[in-house]
Design a protein around this ligand. Structure first.
Ligand code: PLP
Length: 380
């Protein structure tokens, strides 16, 4: 395999957060300086302002700012009245926090297979997993593409189940006229820095139309108090920091443009990488408008492709190489290898290529050329 001359190489990081922070630098520094003077670090008015903005963005009546995506999922389940041992159907391939939320809220995660196209809860497999103990469906809009919410909503309606969406990777995604976070009882978002909308630390939010649920989550996030020192519930410290709300409000204005840049990058990669060896490109389900949190391809030897790219200065990731049902932390659920072939194949073969707002055409071309070179040199 010949390598391009060093001088011609373009470094491609996996994400470049500086590109999304730079446009807000001046306004942010000014707002932080004002915050320093006001001292309203917790529950400042900027939190409620961001909650209104993000609810409007999601198309929901309300939004509750929280400390993380995990808090959003866990507090949604608790506020919705989950009972010990209630079953919650989750997809067999997701980030582990989806399961953490269920067990920490006292529920039992029941896994169901994902779809080949959208890598999200398959409606038929989900229906087959419903039992008399099922209380919730917890679809995950993995990599920025929504699950088939129309099908899951109709299933939930028929079987009397509530839906909490894990929209932690899908800020602004749409499918069949529904927007991520607005298609069920509540939608959980993470603003971990590398997310499509990222804070400068940990942060999250829950979007919902249910005012009662929002009010209970507001109490739970602050030691269970509905008014000062009146503790109706046992709660948590799970508030969205004022400083993160300031960052998020400034970045929210840029989110649609950034998602559009991600879409353009995904189109470029999908055109350039079509038909190479055993490479399987990410698919878009009919009626779906993903926001490309990640661009995940599949190939029989993802680590070999990843090393080949790394030697050429291109960073990649694996999301996620260990299927949750085979993680030691969840051995107690009793699943074994082979239980979910599509999820397991995605975990085994998936490789995430760089995609981020501001990725340049020359960086995208470098990624495409390197992947092409891998398949040409290695397979021909
Ligand atoms: C699918 C999914 N669910 C939940 C979470 C949890 O979010 P956080 O890290 O903000 O707790 C994440 C974030 O990494 C995620 O990607």
């Amino acid at each position: 395999m010949t390598q391009p001359a060093l001088a011609n190489r373009i470094a491609v990081p996996f994400v470049d957060l500086g590109l999304s922070n730079e446009p807000i630098r001046a306004e942010l520094l000014e707002a932080v300086s004002t915050l320093l003077d006001s001292g309203a670090f917790v529950n400042g008015p900027q939190v409620a302002a961001f909650e209104r903005s993000f609810a409007a963005y999601c198309g929901t009546a309300d939004c509750v700012g929280l400390a993380s995506g995990l808090d959003a999922l866990r507090l949604a389940l608790l506020a919705a009245g989950i009972q010990p041992g209630d079953e919650v159907i989750v997809p067999a391939q997701t980030f582990v926090a989806t399961l953490e939320a269920v067990t920490q809220a006292g529920g039992k995660p029941v896994l169901a297979e994902i779809g080949e196209l959208d890598y999200a809860l398959d409606a038929a497999a989900t229906e087959a997993a419903v039992t008399s103990r099922t209380a919730f469906l917890l679809p995950v809009h993995l990599y920025g593409q929504m699950a088939d919410m129309q099908a899951l909503r109709s299933l939930a309606e028929r079987r009397g189940l509530a839906i909490v969406e894990d929209a932690c990777q899908a800020h602004g995604a749409e499918r069949d006229g529904l927007r991520a976070g607005a298609g069920g009882l509540a939608g959980a978002f993470s603003f971990y820095p590398a997310k499509n909308l990222g804070a400068m630390g940990d942060a999250g939010a829950l979007a919902t139309d249910d005012e009662g649920l929002a009010s209970t989550v507001r109490a739970l996030r602050e030691h269970g108090q509905r008014s000062k020192y009146r503790h109706d519930l046992e709660g948590y410290t799970a508030r969205l920091d004022t400083i993160q709300a300031i960052v998020l409000e400034l970045k929210l204005r840029l989110l649609d443009g950034w998602n559009e840049e991600r879409r353009a990058a995904a189109r470029f990669l999908s055109e350039a990488l079509a038909g190479l060896g055993d490479l399987v490109l990410p698919a878009i389900a009919p009626g779906s408008m993903p926001v490309w949190h990640l661009y995940v391809v599949r190939t029989a030897e993802p680590d070999a492709l990843g090393s080949f790219l790394r030697e050429r200065g291109i960073a990649t990731g694996r999301h996620y190489p260990e299927p949750v049902h085979l993680a030691p932390a969840y051995a107690g659920l009793g699943y074994s290898a082979g239980a979910f072939p599509i999820a397991e194949q995605l975990a085994r073969d998936g490789l995430s290529l760089p995609i981020f707002p501001g990725i340049s055409e020359s960086q995208l071309a470098a990624v495409a050329e390197a992947v092409q070179a891998y398949f040409r040199s290695g397979r021909e």
